[in-house]
Structures are given as structure tokens and as C-alpha cells.
Design a protein around this ligand. Structure first.
Ligand code: AMP
Length: 219
């Protein structure tokens, strides 16, 4: 199975990607996570990406396309993958299609997460992560007390720099201008495109996704 999780920041892509990755035993490929790791390790890519990410802008297409091509061609993706955060421009979507053709990948499903702007801001500004295990939390629903409820680590809960309100507003603007056109690109190209209501409980959204994916297989 080859899934693309599409939608604005804070729509729940990362949370659902983690669950789907476990369920189908295929890797969760988050370009945002890959870039954050590169920044943390101060690699050449990380040095280039750091200030761009802090401003809520997009890392250049040629860099992102190179990273994703290398990842999809690697053996860890041989049985499928879940893309989260890629493609973010029509240029990236076109390059991805070319990779799919070259690798003869056909069963691609796009899950399009829908959620409105004010909800994005509310969720993202309350989002926290654990630097140890990578789990995601929301201060509105999760009681943290500076201890990760998943791995039990102390002092590892942090807020992403680019989740602050000024930056998330910029990211939403970038999403509208550069990423939303990708939706039309997929519709015009008759891709298998499934709309997901991003509101509701994590578990309920997850079950809806499983049902919809099951239907795609049957149809
Ligand atoms: P995310 O964790 O997906 O919200 O991504 C965090 C940041 O990483 C974005 O705001 C961009 O600066 C950068 N980024 C992640 N994926 C991409 C991509 N496909 N193209 C360009 N920039 C990206």
C-alpha cells in the first residue's frame, strides 16, 4: 500500500500516519521529521533548512525531491509507505509521479485531511512533542506535567519553534498558495483521492480511514 497524507499543518496527518504505519507495517515517511533530524544533527541539509523552517517557508523543491526519491527507492519502502508532508508543491507532485512510474508503483491512495484555519491555529499552538519517542500531544486534551505519557521520559516535552502563532499563520498562507494547488493537480489526473474529515476523536478518524481504505480495495 502506498499512501499520501495530504492536508494543512495540524490536520492530524502525523498522528494518523503513526497509527497506519503500525497497522500496515509500512514506514511513515515524514519530510518534516527528516528535516528536523537534519537540523538537530547539524548536517549540510539541516544548515540549509533551519532558517527556512523557522520562517514557515518551504525548503526548495530540488532538495526535497532528491530526499524523497532516495527514500522511496530504498529497501525500507519496498512494501509500501505513508508519505506525510510531501508533496507540498505541484512541482513535487509531478516529480513524485515520475518516481512512481519509474518504480512501477500503481496502488497510490491520497487521503485529504480537511480542517479549517482557526482549528489549525488552536491545535498547532497547543501541540507538543516528546523529543525521546516522537509522540505527539495536545495541551487541550493531554495531561503532561513535563513527563511523556508514552515513554515516561522526564523533561523531553517540547514545542516546535514553527508551531508558534506567528509562524503557523505564515505556514497556513504558504499552504494556501503553494500546496493547495496540488489538490487540483491530483483531481485533474484522476488520482485515487479520499476526503477525510479532520474533526473528531483520533480513534474515530482512524476507523473511518480504515473503512474508506477497505472500500478502495473492494471497489
Ligand atoms: P511539517 O512537519 O510537515 O509541518 O514540516 C515542517 C517544515 O518542514 C515545513 O514548514 C517546511 O519548512 C519543511 N518541509 C517539510 N516538508 C516539506 C516539503 N515537502 N517541501 C518543502 N518544505 C518542507
Amino acid at each position: 500500500m502506498h499512501l499520501i497524507l495530504f492536508g494543512p499543518p495540524g490536520a492530524g496527518k502525523g498522528t494518523q500516519a503513526k497509527k497506519l504505519s503500525q497497522r500496515f507495517n509500512i514506514p511513515h515517511i515524514s519530510t518534516g521529521d527528516m528535516l528536523r533530524e537534519a537540523v538537530a544533527n547539524q548536517t549540510e541539509l539541516g544548515m540549509k533548512a533551519k532558517s527556512i523552517m523557522e520562517k514557515g517557508q518551504l525548503v526548495p523543491d530540488e532538495i526535497m525531491i532528491g530526499i524523497i526519491k532516495e527514500t522511496i527507492e530504498s529497501t525500507k519502502c519496498k512494501n509500501g509507505f505513508i508519505l506525510d508532508g510531501f508533496p507540498r508543491t505541484v512541482e513535487q507532485a509531478k516529480a513524485l509521479d515520475k518516481i512512481f512510474i519509474d518504480l512501477n508503483i500503481k496502488d497510490v491512495v491520497i487521503l485529504d485531511f480537511n480542517i479549517d484555519e482557526e482549528e489549525i491555529i488552536k491545535r498547532v499552538t497547543h501541540r507538543r512533542s516528546c523529543s525521546k519517542c516522537g509522540s505527539l500531544f495536545n495541551l487541550l486534551t493531554d495531561k503532561l506535567d513535563n513527563v511523556c505519557p508514552v515513554c515516561g521520559s522526564h523533561g523531553t516535552i517540547f514545542q516546535r519553534e514553527d508551531d508558534r502563532e506567528t509562524v503557523i499563520r505564515k505556514r497556513i498562507e504558504v499552504y494556501k498558495n503553494s500546496t493547495l494547488p496540488v489538490k487540483n493537480y491530483y483531481k485533474e489526473n484522476n488520482a485515487c483521492f479520499i476526503s477525510i474529515d479532520g474533526y473528531g476523536e483520533i480513534e474515530q478518524i482512524y476507523q473511518t480511514i480504515l473503512e474508506k481504505l477497505e472500500k478502495v480495495k473492494v471497489d
